[in-house]
Structures are given as structure tokens and as C-alpha cells.
Design a protein around this ligand. Structure first.
Ligand code: FES
Length: 161
């Protein structure tokens, strides 16, 4: 059971302000992902039962929004924007550098479970491109040196806790 008392209480509080059960789906999935790190088929079934929605509807929503992870992810989810503004400022080279550094391709997780790397669509910070998001933090005006120092810091954090 992913939907525990805390999540249930949050949904009850929201329910009062939302017109339909279906409107609770996005916040519910958000909470479930915050707890588990990703949305499994089991999680989708649980959400469908909880909101009394067809399973196919939940599946549709989870596959539509890229913010929902459909596979387990690493402790740090590195998402690099490769949309136009970031691409024009060398985001593809930054992705290549990260792939090399981590020894994985986009869409993969390192064997030690520390990092998952993904390319994403516009992160809505085009004025300070190129941009990446790691978990809930944004990093802007990136270049190779900036990325390396961010990653060095995260490596230290993950090693020393
Ligand atoms: S194109 Fe990268 S943030 Fe908009």
C-alpha cells in the first residue's frame, strides 16, 4: 500500500476544493511518486482503485506527463533540457559529457543506483540556458566546468551522506 494515512489526509483536504475525483489524480500520483520515487503498474492500480477511475485512464495520464517516472530511478535524477534554447547553447555536448562521466546513456541509471540521466523538454528557464534539473533543484547557465563541480559536490554528498 503506497497510499497511507498521510497521503489520504492530503487527498481529503484537496477533495473539498476540487470538482471531481479525477481532479485528484495528478496530486495523488505526485504524492505516490514522492514516496516511492516512481510510478509502478501496482501504483497505478492502487490510484485507480482509490479514485474509482478506470486503470486505462491512470495509465494514460502517467505516460502523458514526463514528470512521472515509469521506472525506478537513482537517488539523483539528472534531467538536462535539450530543447531549442538549451540546444543552441550546447546542451547536447553537456549530455555527452554527463553520459561519459556517469558511464551510462540517457534513460539509464548507474549500476550503484546513484544517478539516473534523462533529456527533457523545456524546463521553462530558456533565458538562462542551458539548464538542468536534479531532483527538485534547478541549475542554470551551465557549461562543462559548472556541471563538473555540481557533480563533484553530489558525488561527495552521496559518499558521505
Ligand atoms: S529550452 Fe531549455 S529551458 Fe527552455
Amino acid at each position: 500500500m503506497i497510499i497511507d494515512q498521510t497521503i489520504g489526509q492530503k487527498m481529503d483536504a484537496l477533495r473539498e476544493h476540487l470538482p471531481t475525483e479525477q481532479s485528484l489524480l495528478l496530486p495523488l500520483l505526485h504524492e505516490m511518486q514522492a514516496k516511492e520515487g516512481w510510478i509502478s503498474a501496482e501504483a497505478m492500480k492502487e490510484a485507480a482503485n482509490y479514485l474509482k477511475l478506470p486503470f486505462a485512464r491512470v495509465q494514460e495520464v502517467v505516460s502523458f506527463y514526463t514528470m512521472y517516472n515509469r521506472k525506478p530511478i537513482g537517488k539523483k535524477h539528472v534531467q538536462v533540457c535539450t530543447n531549442v534554447a538549451c540546444y543552441l547553447r550546447g546542451a547536447d555536448k553537456l549530455v555527452e559529457g554527463l553520459e561519459k562521466r556517469l558511464g551510462i546513456h540517457c534513460g539509464q541509471t548507474t549500476a550503484d543506483g546513484k544517478y539516473t540521466l534523462n533529456e527533457v523538454e523545456c524546463l521553462a528557464a530558456c533565458g538562462t540556458a542551458p539548464v538542468m534539473q536534479i531532483n527538485d533543484d534547478y541549475y542554470e547557465q551551465l557549461d562543462e566546468n559548472v556541471i563538473n563541480s555540481i557533480m563533484d559536490k553530489l558525488d561527495r554528498e552521496l559518499t558521505h551522506g
